[in-house]
Design a protein around this ligand. Structure first.
Ligand code: AKG
Ligand code: FE2
Length: 285
């Protein structure tokens, strides 16, 4: 049954994010409600829904108000890709039951950054949460861009960045954060602007993560490395961040075109079970 009560948002008070008050997203939503959520996401970059109880079909149906489900090209592996490249619509993000990502820390990243058309957004739905740790932090990358000094903005506007696919590099050993060697390319690479324009809000976004191996196109290696180090130090600041402490029934919907997210570690002997749906995006510009 559709309902047309207005959508109320309560900002987190941090650099980004708002909680959507009293909305059951298992139901068919009214058009005005969906539009209010889409606008709310543009303004706040992440939306938090509390106390949800959804079947997988209901979770997918809710997510699909915001777009079709992300499917990478067969030769661009991502989290949960199977042999041959197929991906599930719903990714089990869990340290149990055959899920992905284990219980360790995850560094700040934007999902599918290395793909030709990275996902526009992702939704995580919490089913089981640990007593401590396993918090997810989100970083406002519009604010991170806007707070750079004018000279640095001028320097990076117009640069292209290659983010190398971490699912095509060896899992063992230290992972480089910048590509110095002219290693043979083991995958198709898709340079994207280091500063992208958000396709819906028009805001400028620093489109760089914290730790994946990257390379600034056409810039000498040492200079590119130092530039990226400087930007990574800048973006990690507390003032750009909101940290979500999960409760069972929470859904967080974030805009991969505007934020990074990271996760703190949690005890291996506790269960943490979330389900994720990612929404298709367009080529960054
Ligand atoms: O486990 C989390 O909190 C986040 C995992 C993650 O990066 C993702 O689901 O995209
Ligand atoms: Fe992620």
């Amino acid at each position: 049954m559709s309902t047309s009560s207005p959508v109320h948002l309560r900002p987190t008070g941090s650099a980004l994010g708002a909680t959507v008050l009293d909305l059951d997203v298992s139901a068919t939503l009214a058009g005005e409600q969906v539009l209010a959520l889409k606008r709310g996401l543009l303004d706040n970059h992440i939306l938090i829904f509390k106390g949800q109880d959804l079947s997988e079909a209901q979770f997918k149906a809710f997510a699909q108000y915001f777009g079709t489900i992300f499917i990478p090209p067969a030769d661009v592996p991502v989290l949960a890709s199977k042999e041959g490249g197929a991906t599930p619509d719903i990714v089990l993000v869990a340290n149990v039951d055959g899920g992905y990502t284990g219980n360790g820390e995850l560094t700040p990243h934007s999902d599918h950054h290395w793909a030709p058309q990275p996902s526009a957004g992702s939704l995580l739905y919490a089913l089981e949460v640990p007593s401590t740790g396993g918090e997810t932090s989100f970083y406002n990358m519009h604010l991170a861009y806007e707070t750079l000094n004018a000279e640095l903005k001028r320097r990076i506007d117009g640069l292209q960045l290659i983010t190398y696919n971490p699912f095509l590099t060896p899992k063992e050993g230290p992972r480089p954060k910048y590509r110095f060697e002219d290693k043979p390319l083991i995958s198709p690479v898709f340079p994207h602007p280091l500063v992208r324009i958000h396709p819906d809000s028009g805001k400028r976004i620093l489109f760089l993560d914290s730790a994946t191996e990257v390379e600034v196109v056409g810039v000498p290696k040492q200079e590119g490395f130092e530039l990226i180090e400087q930007l990574r130090e800048h973006l990690a600041q507390e003032r750009f961040r909101y940290t979500h402490k999960w409760s069972v029934g929470d859904i967080v919907y974030w805009d991969n075109q505007a934020v990074l997210h990271s996760r703190s570690a949690f005890p291996a002997e506790e269960r943490r079970v979330l389900k994720r749906v990612s929404i298709a995006g367009s080529r960054p510009f």
